[in-house]
Structure formats: C-alpha cells, structure tokens
Design a protein around this ligand. Structure first.
Ligand SMILES: [Zn+2]
Length: 233
C-alpha cells in the first residue's frame, strides 16, 4: 500500500487521540476544581461570622435586662416594705429605681434592634445553606457524568492506540519517523490531501511532475511549499 496513504490514516488516529487527551485533561481539571462550592461555602461562612457577635450581644442584653428587673423589684420591695423611713434614703431608692427604669427602656430598644439584625442574618444563613446544598448536589451529579465520560475516553484512547499500532506496522520505520518528525511541526497535519495539483493545506499548486508522483503513490512526495507529505484523495 501507498505509504503516504497509511501515514494519512495514522494522522487521523493521531488527531483523534490528541482531541481525546485534551478532553481528558479538561475533565481532570474540572474534577479537581470546586470553585462554585467554595464560593457558596465562603458566602455561608461570612454570614455565620456576622451572626455570631450579634447573637452574643442579644444574650448579654437579655441578661442585663433580667438583672435590671431583679434590682428594680428589690428596690421597690425595699421602698414599700416600711423598713426604710429616712426620707433621704427613700429618695435615694426612688432615684435608683428611676435610673434602672431608664436603663431598662434603653436595653429593650437595643435588644429589639439586635433581634431584627439577628433574624435577618438567620434568614440569610438559611438561604445560603440551601444554596450550598444545591450547589453540592449539582456538583456531585456533574462529577458523576464527568467520571463516566473520563472512563469512556480511556476506552477510546486504548482502542485508538491499538489502531495506530496496527497501521504503524504497515509502513516502514523510516517513513513513520519522517511523519512523526513532521506531525508536531505541522500542528497535527503532516499529511495533506492534494486537490487537483494544489496542496489543500497551503493552497499552492505542485508541478506536473510532482503531481504525477503523488498520484502514482509509490514514494513519499512533499509539498513544494509547506513541506507536508502529499496524497491524493
Ligand atoms: Zn502545502
């Protein structure tokens, strides 16, 4: 068989192999990158970090409110127990109760404001958590599909390699070495089809003598312009 024709068939296998290997690398990169999940996790973490100090603040305001109320009832009890009769002392107690009442009102306002912030953040946290779960589930499904595709590609690569071995055995070593040297330098197109007398890759016409040699297909003929191995269709 015409060695150039066999080299052309090897080239078709090599181009398929290159495409499959490229896709396999893309899949590997995708399987190891988890950008969407990381972003969703980060969003959830940020809300959690904002929520924690607000919850602490609400707890401490609540505690202060309780202690304020306890103190007030203690003073009120003192005031109405009749145990204190000194007017100066009675007035002191009244002042303390007034101060505690003012503070109570401030605390209630602060607590209310804090609770609004806490509830808003809790709602946002719930949303972020739902979003994260969704992203993780989508990711898992996509990964399954990718792993399957990767598996298929492995099988195809094995088959293509076997095909290539068979074809490579049909040409002599010298011709194969020529092709393999040319292949990467011509970006995977070491062999070009001649259309009429024109090289299809570079578009340049060959001399009649050269074109005839290509048609005879007894030996390897290179395009006079781009240096590719020429074949007829
Ligand atoms: Zn050419």
């Amino acid at each position: 068989m015409n060695p150039s024709q066999t080299l052309y068939r090897i080239q078709r296998v090599d181009l398929k192999l290159a495409a499959q290997r490229k896709r396999a690398r893309e899949i590997d990169a995708e399987l190891t990158s988890d950008e969407a999940v990381q972003q969703a996790e980060q969003a959830q973490r940020e809300i959690e970090q904002a929520l924690r100090p607000q919850e602490t603040r609400a707890t401490s305001l609540n505690l202060e409110l309780q202690s304020n109320a306890a103190q007030r009832s203690q003073f009120s009890a003192q005031l109405y127990s009749g145990a204190v009769s000194n007017p100066k002392e009675l007035q002191d107690i009244e002042h303390k109760i007034e101060a505690l009442t003012r503070r109570h009102s401030e605390l209630e306002t602060a607590l209310l404001e804090t609770m609004i912030v806490v509830e808003d953040l809790q709602a946002r946290l719930k949303e972020a958590s739902t979003h994260l779960t969704g992203v993780q589930e989508t990711r898992a499904l996509a990964n399954t599909a990718l792993v399957e595709e990767r598996q298929q590609i492995r099988t195809e690569i094995r088959q293509l390699k076997a095909q290539r071995e068979k074809l490579a055995a049909e040409v002599d070593a010298e011709a194969l070495a020529l092709y393999e040297d040319l292949w990467p330098r011509k970006q995977g197109h070491a062999v070009a089809v001649m259309d009429g007398d024109r090289c299809e890759r570079c578009g340049v016409s060959q001399t009649e003598v050269m074109a005839q040699r290509v048609r005879r297909g007894k030996d390897i003929v290179f395009c006079s312009n781009c240096g590719r191995i020429l074949i007829t269709r």
